[in-house]
Write a protein that binds this ligand. Structure first.
Ligand SMILES: C[S@@+](CC[C@H](N)C(=O)[O-])C[C@H]1O[C@@H](n2cnc3c(N)ncnc32)[C@H](O)[C@@H]1O
Length: 223
């Protein structure tokens, strides 16, 4: 077990984060355009940070991903980190329920030259996913949408990933509410239970771990 003094030596600081982001997590023009488009369209600025984008890219490279599904596109910011990891003949399908977000994402992707490599599918993911099944099995599924359905998305991933494929879920600390707090109302109680069911499924059916990013990034390798 690390002593208190050793732990202090290992600590992240904003300055270290900025230094490392510049070194490892450089955004390209398309990613910067996505962030700008999200802001200009007055969409919620809730895309992943660059360091998490780089984690996604490296994870996909590690498993040699070619066929990937993303749930929750927003303005195609994380989409481009995922797409960056794919070989020329790879493909990414990204699902977005909001017509406005999907339109911004399509525009961003087409301007980034990714119109052929990435397909934006519009609709609620639970309804769209069955249409993708003939394209599988997939190498990775990245979940970053409605939290109450994470467990359903992970179940779908378990059925449609190849062995060794990855399920990845963002915000899985559930904004600090996953454990150790009293739920504020019945709706939150239900939402926390749903996120816990996601973790239980990943822990049971995958080789899983939660990477300690700011929001918690769960990664499971399909058995
Ligand atoms: C956190 S944002 C995604 C951010 C994006 N992955 C990034 O990091 O650049 C969540 C997105 O999921 C979409 N969404 C919410 N519920 C959904 C559903 N049931 N099916 C598909 N997309 C959904 C929202 O409209 C929103 O654009």
């Amino acid at each position: 077990m690390a002593r208190e003094a050793d732990r202090a030596h290992g600590q992240w600081t904003p300055a270290i984060g900025a230094y490392l982001d510049a070194l490892y997590a450089g955004e390209d023009g398309g990613m910067r355009e996505a962030a700008r488009a999200i802001e200009v369209a007055d969409m919620p600025q809730i895309q992943i940070p660059p360091a998490d984008g780089r984690i996604l890219e490296v994870l996909l490279r590690l498993v040699g991903a070619r066929r990937v599904v993303e749930i929750g596109t927003l303005g195609a910011y994380s989409t481009q980190w995922l797409a960056r990891a794919l070989p020329d003949d790879g493909h990414l399908w990204t699902i977005e329920v909001s017509a406005r977000h999907a339109a911004v994402a399509r525009d961003v992707l087409s301007r980034a030259g990714l119109g052929a490599k990435v397909t934006v599918l519009e609709g609620a993911a639970l309804l769209v996913l069955p249409d993708l099944e003939p394209r599988g099995p997939f190498d990775a599924v990245f979940i970053d949408a409605d939290k109450e359905n994470y467990v359903n998305y992970a179940e779908w991933a378990s059925a449609h990933l190849r062995p060794g494929g990855l399920v990845i879920g963002d915000n899985t600390y559930f904004f600090g509410r996953l454990a150790g707090v009293a739920s504020r109302d019945a709706a939150e109680e239900k939402a926390i239970s749903a996120m816990r069911a996601f973790h239980q499924l990943v822990a049971r059916e995958f080789h899983g771990v939660v990477l300690p990013t700011l929001e918690g990034l769960t990664v499971g390798v399909r058995r």
